[in-house]
Design a protein around this ligand. Structure first.
Ligand SMILES: Cc1cc2nc3c(=O)[nH]c(=O)nc-3n(C[C@H](O)[C@H](O)[C@H](O)COP(=O)(O)O)c2cc1C
Length: 192
């Protein structure tokens, strides 16, 4: 994402189409909603995600469960890939998976690896083989689970906390309307 979030709050208060960077965000948002498997990739920069990845995640904050989650997210499978020279893959993966959880995704896979190098040619043959084996394992796991939606208890708990907040303390009428239109204050649930 080439732009930083400007902090205008338009996405929360007026809807995501009022984002000044919507030309960038709309196609990404639509691709995510269509995807059978969402894959986010970030190298480790100073023990965390790259600035570009953080800027992208900031632009997608409107779809946090505390605002306007999309019910399609509750059935999605996601994969996070993070490669670093030495360390910081865990914190990078966590930064992205925290967002995914708040979007309503329960089935999240991750692949982190320290390549002990800064470019492909410098990676040892041994490390390339280890990576290949791990990637095959994770791909097989994903293939066997992709059409079996999972709903974690944490996703459910988060949904009910956000529902209570939206019902009693909503600060954005736009968010509240989204919950009303989906029937989530009644008996409808995003995972049904
Ligand atoms: C600004 C910057 C910060 C980095 N910080 C880390 C770091 O904290 N930990 C680490 O293991 N690698 C770090 N690296 C190395 C990169 O993660 C590594 O080279 C990675 O392979 C780059 O991914 P790419 O080949 O897809 O560009 C850093 C690289 C750059 C350019």
């Amino acid at each position: 994402m080439p732009h930083f979030c400007r902090g205008c709050n338009n996405c929360f208060l007026k809807g995501e189409n009022s984002c000044p960077h919507q030309d960038y965000i709309t196609p990404i948002k639509e691709a995510i909603l269509k995807a059978e498997l969402i894959i986010f990739v970030s190298p480790v920069y100073v023990l965390n995600v790259t600035g570009q990845m953080k800027a992208l995640l900031d632009h997608l904050a409107f779809q946090f469960m505390s605002h306007r989650p999309n019910k399609l997210m509750f059935h999605k499978t996601a994969l996070i890939v993070s490669i670093g020279a030495g360390g910081g893959m865990d914190s990078t993966i966590k930064a992205i998976s925290t967002n995914f959880k708040w979007w309503g995704i329960s089935r999240i896979y991750s692949f982190g690896f320290a390549i002990r190098a800064v470019n492909w040619d410098e990676i040892t043959k041994k490390n390339k083989l280890i990576m290949e084996r791990k990637i095959k394992n994770i791909s097989n796991k994903i293939k066997s689970k992709i059409n079996k939606p999972k709903l974690s208890i944490n996703t459910k708990i988060l949904f009910y906390i956000c529902r209570m907040i939206q019902r009693n303390y909503a600060y954005s009428p736009c968010d509240k309307e989204h919950w009303e239109n989906n029937g989530w204050f009644g008996k409808n649930r995003p995972w049904k």
